[in-house]
Design a protein around this ligand. Structure first.
Ligand SMILES: N=c1c2ncn([C@@H]3O[C@H](COP(=O)(O)OP(=O)(O)OP(=O)(O)O)[C@@H](O)[C@H]3O)c2ncn1[C@@H]1O[C@H](COP(=O)(O)O)[C@@H](O)[C@H]1O
Length: 108
């Protein structure tokens, strides 16, 4: 759990490394479809886009409830679940973190 005092530093590390590395792994699972991969299952008819959209709905509700409870640990966990499924959705649409960066940078 990050300390609010060091949140800027943690966010910088997450932005630069972790999200891109996770997205690369998601893209690799999409290409290779290993049998034991949850991510790969989302790219097959076993689960598919509807399952990802349902997860995004569930995880967003859960992160809102965690925020209302002031449960920072749970909020971080649910936010991570949400972000992971968002990256899978972007990959399904042939998009990625750079599309988010461009959109956010255009708003400055
Ligand atoms: N970051 C994640 C990640 N976040 C969440 N999840 C999965 O998303 C699902 C969340 O759903 P729930 O919490 O609702 O649990 P559940 O009810 O069991 O979900 P279902 O399996 O029934 O859909 C769980 O199966 C989690 O394991 C993730 N699965 C994988 N990753 C990362 O994706 C990469 C590839 O992993 P594989 O999919 O195992 O190849 C690795 O780097 C992982 O760290």
């Amino acid at each position: 759990m990050s300390d609010p005092e060091t949140a800027d530093e943690s966010e910088a590390e997450l932005d630069a490394d972790t999200i891109d590395a996770l997205f690369e792994t998601i893209e690799q699972r999409k290409r290779d479809l290993p049998e034991d991969s949850y991510t790969a299952s989302l790219f097959t008819h076993e689960k598919g886009e509807n399952a990802v959209l349902e997860k995004l709905g569930e995880e967003s509700t859960e992160l809102i409830l965690a925020a209302k409870d002031d449960d920072r640990e749970e909020l971080a966990a649910e936010s991570a679940d949400f972000l992971y499924h968002l990256l899978v959705l972007l990959s399904m649409k042939e998009m990625g973190p750079n599309d988010l960066r461009e959109e956010l940078e255009a708003r400055f």
